[in-house]
Write a protein that binds this ligand. Structure first.
Ligand SMILES: [Mg+2]
Length: 337
């Protein structure tokens, strides 16, 4: 269910591909401890790459933000879904091709970086690229919708349904995709996680042989790693809480689990079967009458591993999600909960 590693993950893998929001930072602020963890990871010889579905910001602005937070990063360390989309377009249509750009600065810059020519919604083009852009105009959306309906190939940077903002979760690019798809009847090619292009692009740029995806979302980071055939570490500093974890479908289950990025520099025991339940590091978890029960004592990370595996096993056997309402949940370092 979960994988075991007798050596630290920094030894078992050579590149950590770190998702950003919910892993390294939350909005503008660093996840507590993240800068120290990244320093230790790098000191161990593991390379790091930062990977984000957010297509609106340029790698340079993301690198600057990371460096402000104490995580030293160069522009080349950051890979965005806009870059993956642009690479895909250059492969398909050739460099020098004109591409309608409907999105933010990050998408525009990525198209240029890939040798493509971003053009306006009325210009001749071989395809359209779309991505999140807070200043995209409705009249441009209408124009692109008609051109896609009439057959212009459409590539979307990412399909996230939400985007974090200072005023809370707001509609992400996935909502615009739904709108365009509803009108056009066309489903776009998507570059971002959980689709492969962004992860493949990161592996290509980072150059490692044994990459590990590190993320906080089951349906993008972890499912994307599985789609790309690479191992993954789920951290609990972002959006995944116990209800999502125990309900995870097999294709959304990580190889490893830890409360935060400190999980990269330690070995990982995997829960084993114990009587009718699962145990790890002093904890034992079992689902009784549909409810998850965890007894014992030990480290918080082992508690979470036992909870995850007992929940997944129950789901696989019964087809139902374990009830977790009675559980006392240990605090997760750095997450503020
Ligand atoms: Mg995230």
């Amino acid at each position: 269910m979960l994988a075991a590693s007798t050596v630290p993950l920094t030894v078992a893998y050579d590149v950590a591909m770190l998702d950003l929001d919910g892993v390294v930072y939350v909005g503008r602020d660093a996840v507590p401890g993240a800068a120290d963890h990244v320093r230790r990871v790098r000191a161990s010889g593991m390379r790091t790459a930062f990977i984000t579905n957010n297509a609106a910001r340029t790698p340079a602005s993301v690198a600057e933000h990371l460096t402000e937070l104490g995580v030293l990063a160069a522009t080349g360390d950051v890979v965005t879904s806009a870059q993956a989309a642009s690479h895909l377009l250059a492969e398909r249509h050739g460099t020098g091709s004109a591409i309608v750009c409907l999105g933010g600065d990050g998408l525009h810059a990525a198209l240029r970086e890939a040798g493509l020519v971003p053009v306006g919604v009325d210009d001749d083009a071989v395809a359209v690229a779309t991505g999140y852009g807070p200043d995209v105009l409705w009249r441009d959306i209408m124009r692109v919708a008609v051109r896609v309906r009439d057959g212009l190939p459409w590539l979307a940077s990412n399909a996230d349904g939400t985007i974090p903002t200072p005023f809370g979760l707001a509609p992400g690019h996935g909502v615009l995709i739904d709108t365009l798809s509803r009108f056009t009847g066309v489903t776009p090619v998507v570059a971002g996680k959980p689709q492969r292009p962004l992860i493949d692009e990161t592996v290509r740029r980072a150059g490692g042989r044994r990459p590990l995806m590190v993320g906080d979302r089951l349906d993008t980071d972890i499912a994307g790693a599985r789609n790309a055939g690479i191992d993954s570490l789920l951290v609990l500093t972002g959006v995944t809480r116990l209800p999502e974890l125990v309900a995870a479908r097999p294709e959304e289950r990580p190889s490893y689990l830890s409360s935060d990025l400190g999980g990269l520099v330690v070995p990982h025991p995997a829960p084993g079967r114990a009587d009718d339940g699962w145990s790890s590091g002093g904890w034992r978890g079992v689902v009784r009458d549909g409810a998850l029960v965890i007894d014992g004592d030990g480290a918080a990370d082992d508690w979470w591993r036992v909870a995850a595996v007992a929940g997944w096993d129950h789901r696989d056997v019964t087809g139902t999600v374990a009830d977790i309402t009675g559980l006392g949940i240990p605090a997760v370092a750095g997450s503020g909960r």
